[in-house]
Ligand binder design. Structure first.
Ligand SMILES: NC(=O)c1ccc[n+]([C@@H]2O[C@H](COP(=O)([O-])OP(=O)(O)OC[C@H]3O[C@@H](n4cnc5c(N)ncnc54)[C@H](OP(=O)(O)O)[C@@H]3O)[C@@H](O)[C@H]2O)c1
Length: 302
């Protein structure tokens, strides 16, 4: 029987992992109160006391703009805590599953980045996430690092929900049109994590070659601007009363909306390695976005 320690369990991905990992074995669910990622000694003790065969870390310092002025906190959570988990995982021979980001790349060009493309983060968040990845690889523990992008969920705050709120308040919106990526559902990330873990633990041939870094993003691509238009048109289609329409969403450039942290213009991640290694399909981004909007509309939350 597997024993899984799940960290960061109250985040968008962590919440969905509570559901998707439950059938795999005994699940030890840890939110910030149960396991603070900035308490390195406590983390090490938790792993040694629980002795899981799988550790899944969904916790991270994700406040991208705040991280620019909170480098020590971001590094503690995104890099040092991850290094502590990797070292402990190596010592007890456990698998470590961890999530990283498109922000490890500089966003140059317009081709999707593959897993072995050169990393060059533009922000403190991206840099500290990369340091976390590197600590895992250096530890030589059995690991799966899933780089994802533009994460959203019905539960928690994210771009799609902000757009829906603004679309109720304002007649016109201005949204960045020169950053391209794939909105990826926390539900999809959690389901794929569970499936990949199950396959890896069941199949001895996969067990030896599965470890590594993978791009876990939905299929297709869009800009924040087209994503906003899609969200608004779906909500209208479901009968939600909004003050704006897709036509009233104006495209703007990144320069017109300055933020403390620089974002990659090209956030495309090539997800072919994950699909072929584990024989899975990553649906186009619209599929799960439609589901979330339907869910929010049914709940009366928009
Ligand atoms: N969100 C995105 O667009 C995005 C894009 C690419 C990659 N990722 C990566 O995907 C993973 C999951 O992200 P997400 O969207 O689920 O993030 P999220 O919703 O912001 O959740 C992060 C969780 O980490 C917890 N956390 C932060 N500091 C902590 C600490 N010191 N101790 C314990 N827990 C702490 C937070 O707890 P509190 O709720 O108590 O603050 C929160 O529950 C992360 O590795 C992230 O870097 C996210």
């Amino acid at each position: 029987m597997n024993k899984i320690v799940l960290l960061g369990a109250d985040g968008q991905v962590g919440w969905e992992l509570q559901r998707s990992l439950a059938p795999l074995g005994q699940l030890v669910v840890c939110n910030r109160q149960r396991a603070d990622l900035s308490d390195l000694e406590g983390l090490d003790r938790l792993v040694r006391d629980e002795r899981p065969n799988i550790i899944v870390n969904a916790g991270a310092y994700t406040a991208v703009d705040k991280a620019e002025s909170a480098i020590n906190t971001a590094r503690r959570v995104n890099a040092e805590a991850v290094a502590t988990l990797a070292k402990a995982a190596r010592e007890i021979n456990a698998w470590l599953v961890h999530y990283s980001t498109d922000y490890v790349f500089d966003g140059s060009g317009d081709a999707p980045f593959s897993e072995d493309a050169t990393t060059a983060p533009l922000s403190v968040y991206g840099l500290t996430k990369l340091e976390g990845e590197e600590a895992i690889r250096a530890s030589e523990c059995h690991h799966l690092i899933f780089r994802t992008s533009w994460v959203y969920a019905a539960r928690g705050g994210n771009f799609a929900k902000t757009i829906l709120r603004l679309a109720k308040e304002r007649e016109e919106l201005r949204v960045i049109a020169d950053q391209i990526g794939a909105p990826t559902s926390a539900e999809l990330i959690a389901d794929v994590t569970s499936l990949v873990l199950h396959r890896t633990l069941q199949d001895p041939s996969l067990h030896d070659r599965a470890a590594g870094t993978y791009h876990l993003v939905a299929g297709g691509e869009t800009s924040w601007h087209s994503y906003a238009q899609f969200v608004i048109s779906e909500a209208i289609r479901l009968g939600v009363q909004l003050r704006t329409t897709p036509e009233k969403v104006a495209p703007i450039t990144t320069c017109e909306y300055p933020l403390p942290a620089k974002r990659p213009a090209n956030s495309r991640l090539n997800n072919a390695k994950l699909q072929s290694t584990f024989d899975i399909l990553l649906p186009d981004w619209e599929y799960h976005v439609q589901r979330m909007i339907r869910e929010l509309a049914d709940q009366g939350s928009i």
